[in-house]
Unconditional design. Structure first.
Length: 72
């Protein structure tokens, strides 16, 4: 996780107690991001993961996803 961009880490830490989010954002799902050295490209790839999460997370969880996408 230390190879992730700070905003991604912040998002994950803010949602660490949320079981739905923790179940969705697994190490396996995030591992490809750690191979991306460029932080901008990493954020773009994380944005795609977030886009794919729509419909897979309960509506109230989608709010934090939407907030992250707006913020970054």
């Amino acid at each position: 996780m230390t190879k992730l961009a700070p905003p991604i880490i912040e998002f994950l830490m803010e949602n660490r107690n949320n079981l739905d989010m923790s179940a969705y954002f697994t190490e396996r799902r995030l591992r490809p991001l750690t191979r991306i050295k460029n932080r901008e490209e990493q954020m773009e790839a994380f944005g795609k993961i977030l886009a794919n999460s729509e419909g897979q997370l309960p509506k109230e969880k989608a709010l934090s996803v939407a907030f992250f996408r707006e913020k970054w």
